[in-house]
Design a protein around this ligand. Structure first.
Ligand code: DQQ
Length: 475
């Protein structure tokens, strides 16, 4: 059986699971997490991802690989990186990036050793056959020493590399013990010998987490943006962004924000040949490991988002290529709302929804609703409290599933209406409000028939457009 037949077979076996997304990328089966090494090569988009081929749980990290002509439909390729016994990545090939080094596709990633992946060093691999197979640099690791100011820690990972003139720069995510998450800046002329420069930014432990992971630094609309994933004792895993000036290899923060208020984590960005800065994130499961193992798969990626700056804030729009998956449209305008739920005569578990509200009080939508309303997920906005809320108490099974509400602060400008873009796909609910507040959530309805839609609130639903979405896989 070829690799592609094998992956197709795995996808076919899971195709009837109505929690599994149909138009978001997920691995053929088993566990996946962070996007890795996203790069455009020869016109095609390559997506790598943290992958455990041994089951639907985190461990033995490999790099899965998929390729796409259009950013939306992905073809599975063979595993790109696997741990090599008795080597710096013998326990795992952790996250990293891919760059074009004078025509040579090059991956820079973190190799781990030790039972708890506690030895984290930076490794290089190159491809001679157009990104299909990868040869690890024989003298790996290329960097193993953690800067002394970090203190006593083993967190030292997730290289993000870019080029300025003839010099390569790299950020590595780590922590300064007792202070907070940090990103260390390095430079190199050949991607193999790295000189440490200084911490580019260190967060506050209480606000941004004890440790940072998966950094990104890039120019955007005349500013620079740093994105990090932070976590720790007082902070659940959260993606933070910082906008500011980057000059003389120092970063001065002007604005900071939370990139997502739900289950979106460890994003990676790339620039494509249309000069778009694209962001891919991991949508974390919100059910027990046992439930994941029973399902046979875990993890998915967000739809790629195009980043821009608007009014000094980070703006995110799903890549317009997504519109090619739109099927039947149901369109409504100027629906007067009453506080009780009004049934919208549309059903679906794979939907792209645009809703625009003129809110005089709390307004919202109910999705994934059972015919009798016994199961439902409520998305509401309170203009007074400036809060976007996803209520999951009735979303479905309570067996090992997180039913707690998701909340985001969302401030509307004077006279601005509430605009919600909702991408519902099986267990995935991706919400972007007015292009700038992101809240991704996971739900696990118990009935395949929980597909109804209702609207409610005080005010007017000026526009409601609902597209049925086509699946991206043949299986
Ligand atoms: N996931 C990887 C690490 C990274 C973490 C391991 C973030 O490289 O720090 O699977 O989700």
């Amino acid at each position: 059986m070829t690799t592609s037949d094998h992956f197709a077979e795995q996808r076919r076996k899971l195709a009837n699971d109505f929690h599994r997304p149909t138009y978001h990328f997920t691995s053929p089966s088993n566990w996946m997490n962070d996007p890795n090494g996203v790069i455009q090569w020869g016109g095609k988009y390559h997506l790598f991802y943290q992958y455990n081929p041994n089951g639907a749980f985190w461990g033995t990290m490999h790099w899965g690989h998929a390729v796409s002509d259009d950013l939306i439909r992905w073809v599975d390729l063979p595993i790109a990186l696997a741990p090599t016994p008795d080597s710096p990545d013998e326990s795992g090939c952790f996250s990293g990036c891919a760059v074009n080094n004078g025509g040579v596709p090059t991956i820079i990633y973190t190799g781990t050793r030790g039972e708890h992946n506690e030895q984290q060093t930076q490794c290089v691999a190159i491809s001679h056959d157009g990104l299909l197979t990868w040869e690890k640099y024989p003298n790996n690791p290329v960097l193993s020493e953690i800067p002394i100011e970090a203190g006593s820690t083993h967190d030292f990972r997730d290289p993000f590399v870019w080029r300025e003139g003839d010099t390569w720069y790299m950020l590595l995510a780590s922590r300064i013990v007792g202070v907070g998450g940090t990103v260390f800046l390095y430079q190199s002329v050949d991607l193999l010998h790295w000189d440490y420069m200084h911490p580019l930014l260190t967060g506050s432990r209480d606000k941004n987490g004890d440790v940072w992971e998966c950094p990104n630094l890039f120019a955007l609309d005349n500013k620079w943006v740093l994105i990090v994933s932070g976590k720790g004792r007082s902070v659940p895993p959260t993606v933070f962004y910082f906008i500011g000036e980057y000059a003389d290899h120092r970063f001065k923060v002007e604005v900071e924000g939370v990139l997502d208020y739900g289950c979106f984590y460890a994003p990676l960005t790339m620039i494509d040949n249309q000069q778009r800065r694209l962001l891919f994130g991991w949508l974390v499961e919100r059910r027990s490991v046992e439930a994941q193992k029973t399902a046979g798969w875990a993890g998915a990626h967000s739809l790629p988002r195009v980043l821009s700056l608007r009014d000094g804030r980070l703006n995110m729009e799903p890549a317009p290529e997504l519109n090619r998956l739109r099927g039947e449209l149901s369109d409504f305008t100027n629906i007067p709302l009453s506080y009780t739920n009004k049934v919208v005569n549309v059903q679906g578990a794979a939907l792209d929804v645009i809703a625009e509200f003129e809110a005089s009080g709390v307004v919202g939508l109910v999705l994934a609703c059972a015919p009798d309303g016994s199961e439902q997920t409520r998305i509401s906005y309170d203009p007074e409290g400036q809060q976007l809320l996803v209520t999951r108490g009735q979303s479905g099974s309570s067996d090992g599933v997180d039913l707690s509400p998701n909340m985001a602060t969302h401030v509307l400008f004077p006279n601005e209406s509430l605009q919600l873009r909702i991408l519902l796909d099986g267990s995935i609910v991706e919400i972007i409000a007015n292009g700038r507040t992101s809240l991704c959530s996971r739900i696990y309805p118990t009935h395949a028939a929980s597909q109804g839609i209702r609207v409610f609130g005080h005010g007017t639903l000026k526009r409601l457009s609902i597209w049925q979405m086509c699946a991206i896989s043949q299986e």
